[in-house]
Design a protein around this ligand. Structure first.
Ligand SMILES: [Zn+2]
Length: 248
């Protein structure tokens, strides 16, 4: 079965707790939805904030709703460089222990200091329970995902989040997407070594049907080449030894 999911590209954005939203926008402020996202209940809000780091700032950072238990800033790796934080950890949403802090500046210049919460989002796929069953994928499974096109890539280490409250969609950030020349809503294909046999691996897109598989068979081929090479080197060394002995 070909297991396709639509792609959602994430630019830098922030999730705010109600407490932090109150501080920045005033007591009891409610986020204004401007665009519903594919994941049920999630939306892009009209609210935008400025993020300040040790060396620079990011303006017009979109707030995503609804409010969360904890404030979380999701950036591209290059946004970290702009802020002066060169090692923003790659984390799954909600895993904020030992992550860098930052300052949030609200619309009227009010500043809030956060001592943690900055992450680069770990690439992942959302699937509903039913979609997970159909695709034979369980919550927390790791898969590879194939992107076609002139900058085609296979993304490895893609975590699957399966369950109620999710709908089929792969989330990567803009940098990952640009690396693959990807567009929002394009269909990408979940692959793994079990999906197809190694004979079906085609390494080039030629506009025809492309069989898709993770990187494992390729590594096996390389391993085999290396073994042959090792064997040849050993044999050559033995031959040289013999010839040397014969010459004495
Ligand atoms: Zn997501």
């Amino acid at each position: 079965m070909i297991r396709r999911v639509p792609l959602g590209l994430s630019n830098k954005h922030i999730h705010l707790s109600q407490e932090d939203l109150d501080y920045l926008y005033g007591e009891g402020h409610e986020l204004t939805p401007v665009k519903m996202l594919r994941q049920p209940g999630q939306f892009a809000a009209a609210e935008k904030v400025t993020i300040i780091g040790p060396k620079g700032k990011l303006e017009n950072v979109r707030v995503l709703g609804p409010v969360r238990k904890e404030t979380q800033l999701e950036v591209n790796i290059c946004d970290g460089f702009t802020l002066g934080i060169n090692k923003v950890p790659i984390r799954l949403s909600g895993h904020l222990e030992d992550t860098p802090g930052f300052i949030i500046e609200g619309p009227d210049g009010r500043r809030l200091v956060k001592d943690k919460g900055m992450i680069v989002a770990e690439r992942h796929i959302h699937l509903s329970k039913e979609e997970g069953e159909l695709y034979n994928i369980k919550d927390k499974d790791i898969v590879s995902v194939r992107f076609k096109g002139p900058r085609g890539l296979v993304f490895n280490n893609v975590l699957c989040r399966v369950g109620d409250g999710h709908l089929s969609e792969m989330h990567i950030d803009i940098e990952e997407g640009n690396a693959a020349g990807a567009r929002n809503n394009q269909l990408v294909c979940i692959i793994d070594p079990l999906t197809f046999s190694s004979e079906e691996v085609l390494l080039q897109d030629k506009g025809e049907r492309v069989f898709m598989v993770g990187d494992l068979p390729t590594i096996e081929v390389q391993d085999q080449d290396q073994k042959n090479l090792d064997k040849e080197v050993v044999e050559r060394a033995k031959r040289a030894e013999k010839e040397e002995a014969a010459a004495k």
